[in-house]
Write a protein that binds this ligand. Structure first.
Ligand code: ZN
Ligand code: ZN
Length: 249
């Protein structure tokens, strides 16, 4: 960044000080750092309220577990997943739940930037270590797209791709049938609802290591179903990154 554009950006952050995306309060701090994009993006108070995923967590789905001796959570011990590993930013409760609900249902598209940047910051190295070479968002159906006007998973995925430089295919996966909102269904209905839901628009996944992006991990069925489609088409590994994950222990 040249000197003049840095000065302009510093001035901009003085005139329009950065706001915390969670509580919308102005964040006080070093204008130069914000201009360079180094500033904290969430205010300290809100950052504290968010339950960031930390060790110990399930080596498979990334859900927090009670202690370090537990390798896999109960869910992953009971059910074999088609995806290889999933990681998330926050436990889906409290403040994180509010963020993810506003993001999904109340038009707050700007949260895609926050979640994507944080995923890239925390799991960028994790993705490189696993040799991931393609980023694909979990798609929404055409009807859902018309209702909400955006796919929240794609908003996150674009940012992760931009920040990590990994190849990105927004429309590689399609959603074949109109699925009912998952939150109103029990687990058997959810599974049925998802069966045959995904299809591949072009086969560009042979021998690739793909990372799926979604906003929330609940039962893992959505990611599992999409991972199965990708693996059947030749993907050798399928990982996933999500904004929030249920605690569930
Ligand atoms: Zn805040
Ligand atoms: Zn697990």
């Amino acid at each position: 960044m040249n000197k003049l554009s840095l000065v302009m950006k510093v001035l901009k952050t003085v005139v329009f000080p950065p706001k915390c995306p969670v509580c919308d309060k102005v964040i006080m701090g070093d204008a130069r750092a914000y201009a360079r994009g180094e500033g904290i993006r969430i205010c300290k108070g809100c950052a504290k309220k968010l339950k960031w995923i930390q060790q110990p967590y399930c080596t498979c789905c990334g859900k927090p577990v009670r202690n370090e001796r537990i390798q896999e959570c109960g869910d992953c011990q009971r059910k074999k997943h088609f995806f290889d590993e999933t990681r998330s930013l926050w436990v889906y409760e409290g403040e994180a739940r509010k963020i993810l609900e506003r993001f999904k249902y109340f038009g707050r598209r700007d949260y895609g930037e926050l979640i994507g940047k944080e995923l890239a910051r925390i799991y960028g190295g994790w993705l490189r270590k696993r040799g991931v070479d393609l980023i694909v968002p979990i798609p929404v159906s055409k009807k859902r797209m018309r209702q909400r006007e955006y796919n929240q998973a794609a908003l996150i995925a674009r940012v992760v791709a931009r920040e990590t430089g990994i190849a990105y295919k927004e429309n590689l996966l399609g959603r074949r049938v109109e699925t009912l909102p998952q939150k109103n269904l029990n687990s058997i209905e959810r599974k049925k609802n998802l069966e045959n839901a995904f299809f591949l628009r072009e086969n560009d996944v042979i021998l690739k290591k793909v990372v799926l992006i979604d906003d929330i991990y609940t039962t893992g069925n959505t990611i599992d179903t999409a991972a199965l489609v990708l693996k059947k088409s030749g993907a050798c590994k399928v990982f996933a990154l999500c904004g929030g994950i249920g605690k569930n222990y």
